[in-house]
Design a protein around this ligand. Structure first.
Ligand SMILES: Nc1ncnc2c1ncn2[C@@H]1O[C@H](COP(=O)(O)OP(=O)(O)OP(=O)(O)O)[C@@H](O)[C@H]1O
Length: 336
């Protein structure tokens, strides 16, 4: 497959996009602007109702927006009222139901996206795409004979086979278990690198974006809170919500923060549990371990001092137990 776009080139520009639904509460998306580089993986993260699907469908041209515009390589994307078949020919969207012909074979599902003008080219492209997705061995199976993860791969192969530049994924991992999810995330990353396709995905699970994305977009109540590289946003969140959704951050009111000796000029104090350094000690920073939560390869401790509770990570499982006293230094914190 041809590498279609260099990473630095802007493929999509969203400008001041607003869509309000006619409901009593404010809903939809408000005045959203951002650019997407060709060949990158972008994850739109936010809780249910934050406007993720509205934004994704608008980019694809499925929603008539109230104001603003979306440009694809500099050209305005038309809304559903402006063309006969809504959507965009260089983009494909994979929805949660995969939209496959369940009675047809894997090969035919994928090949159906290509024209019959050159039968040999059609065959070669279909086989090449099946190989990219590691589903060549499933070629003659019917969709009903496949697992959820296999169906997902077929859906992605079908979406990518017809020279697609942008793959839109709506909650791609919602139907699969944790083990398969890790595999599919890695697959999407590999396929994007191999084909050069731009991926825009929507997820309510921030771990998807942190693992996969070159850029994260954090949405809340229809507004774009922050956009940037996952590690940057994680370490420098602009909003408390971002720190909470990405890393289950501890949030303390200024009064409570002061009770722990944290001086803040502004309101709330925010830090991630892994920013707390634990030591067995009896000096003034003593916390009581109120509870221990098992998390697999680590434990999370619920700590209390002067009536204020915080959480910390304990990698050395069992080192500090319930009712123990520990020294907890909050190495870094943010003020909001
Ligand atoms: N067709 C519609 N008519 C009225 N309101 C809608 C419509 N579609 C979405 N909304 C509302 O707009 C807001 C954003 O919805 P959207 O589906 O974009 O959010 P989301 O982040 O994708 O949520 P989820 O993760 O639950 O799918 C919600 O308050 C939702 O109820």
């Amino acid at each position: 497959m041809i590498y279609l776009y260099r990473v630095e080139e802007k493929i999509i520009s969203v400008k001041n996009l607003t869509k309000q639904y006619q409901t009593e509460q404010a809903s939809g998306i408000q005045n959203i602007s951002f650019d997407i580089k060709g060949g990158s993986i972008v994850a739109i993260i936010g809780e249910s109702g934050s406007g993720k699907s509205t934004l994704l469908k608008s980019i694809y041209g499925l929603i008539k927006v109230d104001s603003g515009e979306i440009l694809f390589n500099g050209k305005r994307i038309l809304g559903p009222d402006e063309q006969l078949i809504p959507g965009h020919k260089e983009m494909k969207m994979v929805t949660q139901d995969f939209s496959l012909n369940i009675y047809a074979k894997v090969y035919d599902n994928i090949a159906s996206m290509l024209s019959n003008t050159n039968v040999q080219a059609k065959q070669e492209k279909t086989i090449e795409m099946m190989e990219h997705l590691h589903i060549g061995h499933l070629r003659d199976k019917k969709i009903t004979q496949l697992s959820g993860g296999e169906q997902q791969r077929v859906a992605i192969a079908k979406a990518l086979v017809s020279d697609t530049s942008v793959l839109l994924l709506d909650e791609p991992f919602s139907q699969v278990d944790a083990l398969l999810k890790n595999q599919l995330r890695a697959d999407i990353k590999r396929i994007a690198a191999e084909t050069g396709v731009t991926v825009i995905m929507v997820s309510h699970d921030p771990a998807d974006g942190l693992f996969l994305a070159d850029e994260l977009l954090i949405l809340k109540d229809g507004s774009l809170l922050q956009k940037g590289k996952p590690a940057h946003i994680y370490n420098h969140p602009d909003h408390i919500y971002t720190a909470q959704i990405l890393g289950n951050a501890v949030v303390l009111k200024a009064d409570d923060a002061r009770k722990l000796g944290l001086e803040t000029v502004k309101g709330d104090v925010v830090f991630y549990p892994e920013w707390v350094d634990l030591k067995s000690s009896w000096n003034s920073r003593r916390f009581e371990v109120k509870d221990v939560y098992y998390k697999g390869f680590y434990e999370e401790l619920l700590l209390e001092r002067n009536g204020v509770q915080i959480r910390a990570i304990q990698l050395n499982r069992g080192e500090h137990k319930k009712n123990d006293h520990v020294q907890a230094n909050i190495d870094r914190f943010l003020s909001f």
